[in-house]
Design a protein around this ligand. Sequence first.
Ligand code: C2E
Ligand code: MG
Ligand code: MG
Length: 311
Amino acid sequence: MEEVYIAAGIGVGIYPKDADSFDVLLKTATSALNSAKRSKANRFEFYNKDINKQSMQKYELQNKMRNALLQHEFSLKYQPQIDMQSGQIIGMEALIRWKPQNSEESIMPYIFIPLAEESAMILQIGEWVLREACYFGHKLYSQGHKISIGVNLSRIQFKEPYIISLIHSVLKETRLPANLLELEITEGILMENQEECERILNELKSMGVKIAIDDFGTGYSSLSYLKKFAVDKIKIDRSFIKDIPNSDNGIIAKIIIELAENLNLSVIAEGVETQEQVDFLIKNHCNQAQGFLFAKPLNEEETLQFLKEKE
Ligand code: C2E
Ligand code: MG
Ligand code: MG
């Protein structure tokens, strides 16, 4: 028997505030519905005039993105992951940035990744990220750094039939040892098509590739999949680390660490910013962390420098 998750999206247009005829009213409701579908958290939305403005901005960004790969506008930053007890660097997570031509500032992934996912451009972008990160991972490896390279996979990429052969051929091309590639996926991916997921994860495992569950605790509450799927690591979402040691005394972080321990999985805390958080995590047997306290995401040159300083 398979569990099925159903979600509804609702868009609301109000007469006569938003429109004075049926046709226009329907358009405002549709526009609000599209906006509600795009937002992950809200499943219903009222029409407001900004929605149209936002659609225009979105359309412009999507158009700009079409040439971004060819124009070399994307780059990767790497955020170190630390073993807090030994002080050793155990991994680097690749994080994408986009700096359009003639633009001063980089656009952050939370803005453009959802747009890339909507238009399927994520497939080309994700492939570029994978290849670029694996090449850099091999460069570090060849310099004697046996550290894993974390690559975020979008659910659209994960669903592509060629994902296994792509990962296989990129590893071959870049000569990165498979056990140094750690793919980060979110809980939602695992819930979508469980049988297919199991097959893909088993294949990745047999290749030696590692799997981490990103933003753990923010997705679905069904935990049975953790036992079922070939997963290696849990990444505790930043929201559960943020207020430690205040508010809830880190109770959720504590529970997640225990869960990982019981299931024999590695666990890493995301978004560690203070020494208090480090003390709390070590006391509760979570020795791995990633966060601004140790390093912000670094470009390649800064990453090499960072590794040199830690030697
Ligand atoms: P994520 O995979 O959970 O990555 C961690 C995010 O938290 C990064 O944001 C990182 O800069 C930020 N962060 C790390 N330490 C701290 C800290 O101590 N404090 C705070 N406030 N933030 C911290 P970033 O780079 O903006 O990436 C956001 C999200 O975009 C990522 O979340 C990931 O889901 C997605 N993303 C990034 N790169 C890629 C990519 O190449 N492909 C895909 N599909 N998604 C990506
Ligand atoms: Mg991640
Ligand atoms: Mg995360």
